[in-house]
Design a binder for this molecule. Structure first.
Ligand SMILES: [Zn+2]
Length: 560
């Protein structure tokens, strides 16, 4: 092996095999991600010595009796030392048990013959039976021509197995590597609960040449690459090869094997009950104290209009700061799986005191370029659809959802209307209302109308001391009701938009003190208070059944 040299497919520079392997098969000259054999891939990801393959002895026949196919198979077997184009088995990744599979592109372009489909299906079935997560590395040219329609049947077979796996509440992580195309993309590659991709990997259904011939135009640079798929909402995250094991390990750790509520509560009891017991005794008192502090802060309380101005300051703490301060190991997930990733909604998985949670927030950015990227915190329909996807994912895996709401309103743009802004907001409220998991919504600053409401259907809704929550901006209110936008200040004072007003109306359950203002200098103090309150919230709610939580949420909004 030592003498074998690899030729980079991009820059054509040769590298010794061992050296390329050390460099994770990334070209040392041009950083091109070279293709990785299935066995190398698994050894990069699995804990050493934990991989046990199965179904290695399955061999393809020639079901359609295509001349030359058997010779081709024989050649591929000799070249790769494999019986077929995929390796499947069981392994551990940072101690997390899982079923893993990797396609080997050297075996007839990683095409999906019947045996490839069979092995993947067996792997998924085994995982479902044992309640284990599945991790599949895709690398394929698509269907295998020599097996015709029987190759296409593998799309149905593998997808159907994944559907059962998913319905039983199990995790599937798909990793798209270069290239992931055709029938593989149109089946198991795109069905992951979480879809990861390597940088610049080609991911698509139709090949670029076919598309160019059909439309009679050249495709732009980067078309169908991983980055393109991320932007279009189909990939959760692009992960560099050196970080893949860590990322997958972290995701697996956030998905404990058993979903059983009883087991979870007992496990929680063991780990956390002492903290909770102490808190049960003290928190009622502390909450009262903090709420009093919020009512009468050190500085003079701000007027409603002052609050309107305060929450619009670009320096005010936003969702990303709270997510980083309150949670550990945040893994950001992207995309609505339909159309686009909306940067104004940030969401993903993290842990809180070791408990996996899903967090979703409206990001507004602070610097101008960030603000523009986040569309000034005005989400588009695809942003709400990303939120819905992550909430449903949380429900599947029995994770609480915590949302951070901070928007002047949903984006009132042309495209937003074309893509169904109203439908997206409605759907978000609809789905969130019925979630069988604890949901907590925290209003950070501006709470503008339906665009805020879409993420605020919590079992509890909390508001920062100076946050506002309203049917529309005071300017808009004055302009519509009094035909005079200049009377915004007066409007603010009558609209009942402050946390204190809304607390009295029962719209919000708690006021979070800002200790002098929700600015970076006070992040630690505010977070400390929030951490205690969130611990308490999760402690109480995680003891309740999903049905009870949904019913309580229903009752909470039913009173209005
Ligand atoms: Zn190169």
């Amino acid at each position: 092996m030592e003498n074998i040299k690899l030729v980079c497919s991009a820059c054509k520079v040769e590298t010794e095999h061992e050296k390329a392997k050390e460099n994770l098969y990334i070209c040392p000259n041009c950083n091109k991600y070279l293709r990785v054999s299935a066995m190398d891939r698994i050894s990069m990801i699995a804990d050493e010595g934990t991989f046990e393959s199965f179904a290695d002895d399955l061999v393809s026949g020639n079901p359609l009796e295509i001349p030359g196919y058997e010779e081709k198979l024989q050649k591929a077997r000799e070249a790769t030392g494999l019986n077929e184009g995929v390796i499947v088995g069981k392994c551990k990744i940072y101690e997390n048990e899982c079923i893993i599979g990797a396609i080997d592109s050297r075996f007839m372009m990683g095409s999906m013959g019947s045996i490839v489909g069979e092995k993947i299906t067996l792997a998924v079935e085994e995982a479902t039976k044992k309640r284990l997560p599945v991790v599949l590395f895709c690398c394929s040219g698509g269907a295998r021509m020599q097996e015709g329609i029987l190759s296409l049947m593998q799309m149905e077979k593998t997808s159907a197995a994944l559907k059962r796996h998913s319905d039983a509440g199990n995790l599937y992580i798909s990793v798209c590597t270069d290239p992931t195309t055709g029938g593989v993309t149109a089946s198991f590659a795109m069905l992951g609960d979480i879809i990861l991709a390597e940088p610049k990997a080609m991911i698509g259904f139709a090949g670029p040449r076919v598309i160019e011939q059909t439309i009679g135009k050249q495709l732009p640079e980067g078309f169908q690459r991983a980055e393109f798929q991320l932007e279009h909402g189909f990939v959760d995250a692009i992960v560099e090869r050196k970080d893949l094991k860590n990322t997958i390990g972290n995701i697996l750790s956030c998905h404990p094997k058993s979903r059983s509520k009883i087991v979870k509560t007992v496990a929680l009891a063991g780990r956390q009950m002492q903290i909770f017991k102490k808190m049960d005794a003290t928190l009622a008192h502390e909450t009262k104290e903090a709420n009093d502090a919020a009512e009468t802060p050190n500085t003079n309380p701000l007027s409603a209009w002052e609050k309107v101005l305060t929450v619009r300051k670009p320096t005010r703490l936003g969702a990303r700061e709270y997510i980083n301060a309150l949670f550990d190991g945040f893994i950001e997930l992207h995309g609505d799986r339909y159309f686009r990733d909306d940067p104004s909604i940030v969401g993903g998985i993290a842990t809180f005191n070791g408990i996996p949670v899903t967090v979703i927030g409206i990001d507004r950015g602070h610097e101008l370029n960030e603000m523009m990227r986040a569309n000034f915190g005005m989400p588009s329909p695809e942003g709400y659809r990303k939120g819905i996807r992550l909430m449903k994912q949380a429900e599947k895996f029995d994770r609480p959802v915590i949302t951070f709401v901070n928007t002047s309103g949903a984006y009132p743009g042309k495209e937003a209307e074309e893509n169904g802004q109203g439908e997206a907001i409605a759907r978000s409220i609809f789905e969130m209302s019925g979630l069988k998991i604890p949901t907590l919504s925290i209003m950070l600053g501006e709470g503008g109308s339906g665009g805020a409401l879409a993420l605020a259907v919590g079992n509890e809704v909390w508001m920062m001391e100076n946050a506002i929550y309203s049917i529309l901006s005071p300017e808009g209110f004055a302009s519509i009701l009094w035909k005079d936008g200049n009377r915004a200040q007066e409007a603010a004072s009558v609209m009942k938009i402050t946390a204190q007003d809304l607390n009295k109306l029962g719209v919000v359950d708690a006021i979070i003190p800002e200790f002098g203002g929700a600015e970076p200098a006070n992040l630690e103090k505010i977070s400390e208070h929030l951490r205690e309150k969130i611990s308490y919230f999760l402690n109480v709610t995680s003891r309740k059944s999903g049905e009870t939580l949904a019913q309580e949420r229903y009752n909470r909004f039913r009173v209005f």
